[in-house]
Design a protein around this ligand. Structure first.
Ligand SMILES: *Cc1c(COP(=O)(O)O)cnc(C)c1O
Length: 398
């Protein structure tokens, strides 16, 4: 069972009834966070009990929002491998390098985590129609869980989104609308098409439970490293749900007494064609200004404005982390390096994490003795067009 007690606004701290459907805080229009009775969880559950549970994110059900576990829609999401990247480590001269391969999730990205939990919970609370603006992967994931839950999915994507994302949503039974613009324009169009709000809005951080699904990456890293967190986590950041979610997960694990006070330094990676968080981090701002003319082929990173901007920036600063932008061509070179050493066909976003690692090593921000986790957030398959011109991105042969 779940130990969910209430929802709390991340900015004004006001509490809300968790047994109703909510989007943003009605008072200040900021994200709501799920809160649990963690003292009761600590009495009821021991970390050793997890070993017997199924290898999906639902193994952490006490710290997830579903009142009735039989309402969990599952395609096998979560509990992805955390691999020690030995061959890649040798290639770059670094001992303790790990890759969390989120490309192995259903629908080929970690968006499955957030949407498995959010769709299951919204159905439990009575919603039957959903809408989502998406750069691509979130739309596919929502379509999958909506279909499994016999609900209606309305997805809004930029019209230049690669064809496999559109095909996937259509095959999964969603209503697809393509918009001339980026994800923020898709959000506006979705709202306009839904004047009476009969479709529940599943936008990133505009409902409380995608964050809960994604926080399980933090639980898994802790469990897979035997409850000792790494020194650095490098995360390709768009809306920031995963980064903010992991940061929340670590606090929850500390409340349970399963980890101590030590935290990883959290690193946000963006494309130099769309880097609102990097700019805000460097400027010392609490909130991020929207990025104008966002351009990157890493679709998950083409997010010019994020409602959770202040939560991302808070996590980076509290963790003594940093934010760094890399060029799109570096992402492909790095994805090729990951591919030919580790057998992982990474999305460009995963390549971005490795490219950022190389920069941070070069500047000695990462030290030799440290333990580093890179996120490959999606599979390369839906981005195969980026490799279609063999000469454009031929791997450097060294
Ligand atoms: C959505 C997405 C991201 C960004 O994730 P956030 O948690 O929203 O910051 C990164 N990579 C891929 C492949 C994505 O689909």
């Amino acid at each position: 069972m779940s130990y969910l007690t209430h929802l709390q606004c991340a900015l004004c701290n006001k509490h809300y009834d968790p047994n109703r459907l909510w989007n943003l805080c009605p008072g200040c229009n900021r994200p709501l966070l799920a809160r649990y009775d963690l003292e009761a969880v600590a009495r009821a559950l021991h970390k050793e009990d997890l070993a017997e549970r199924s290898p999906t994110l639902w193994r952490y059900r006490e710290m997830l929002p579903l009142a009735d576990p039989s309402h969990a829609l599952t395609l096998g999401e979560g509990f992805t491998p955390l691999t020690k990247a030995v061959r890649l480590g040798q290639e770059v001269g670094f001992e303790n390098l790990y890759i969390k391969d989120e490309g192995l999730n259903p629908t080929g990205s970690f968006k499955a985590r957030g949407l498995a939990v959010a769709v299951s919970r919204a159905l439990e609370l009575g919603a039957r129609q959903f809408s989502i603006p998406s750069a691509g992967n979130a739309a596919g994931a929502m379509s999958a869980y909506a279909s499994l839950g016999d609900a209606e999915a309305h997805v809004y994507m930029p019209k230049d989104v690669p064809q496999p994302f559109v095909a996937e949503c259509r095959a999964l039974g969603a209503h697809v609308t393509l918009i001339d613009g980026v994800i923020t324009d898709c959000g506006r169009a979705a709202a306009e098409d839904n004047p009476r709000s009969c479709r529940f809005d599943m936008s990133t951080l505009k409902e409380p439970y995608r964050l809960e699904g994604k926080k399980t990456m933090g639980f898994e890293i802790a469990e897979q490293l035997n409850w000792e967190l790494p020194d650095v986590i490098i995360y390709p950041t768009g809306g920031g749900t995963g980064l903010v979610g992991m940061w929340k997960a670590f606090d929850e694990l500390e409340c349970l007494g399963w980890i101590g006070r030590k935290r990883p330094r959290m690193v946000t990676v963006q494309s130099d064609g769309c880097a609102p968080m990097v700019r805000a981090f460097q400027d010392g701002s609490e909130f991020a200004e929207p990025w104008r003319d966002a351009k990157t082929f890493a679709d998950g990173l083409r997010v010019p404005a994020a409602v959770g901007d202040f939560l991302i920036l808070r996590a980076l600063r509290e963790s003594s982390g940093t934010a760094i932008a890399v060029a799109d061509n570096e992402m492909i070179d790095a994805a090729n390096l990951m591919g030919r050493t580790q057998g992982i066909f990474a999305a460009p976003e995963g390549g971005a994490a490795l490219a950022a690692f190389q920069h941070l090593r070069q500047s000695s921000w990462i030290r030799d003795s440290e333990r580093v986790v890179l996120f490959n957030t999606g599979s390369g398959h839906k981005y195969a067009h980026l490799w279609s011109s063999a000469t454009a991105h031929a791997p450097d042969t060294n």
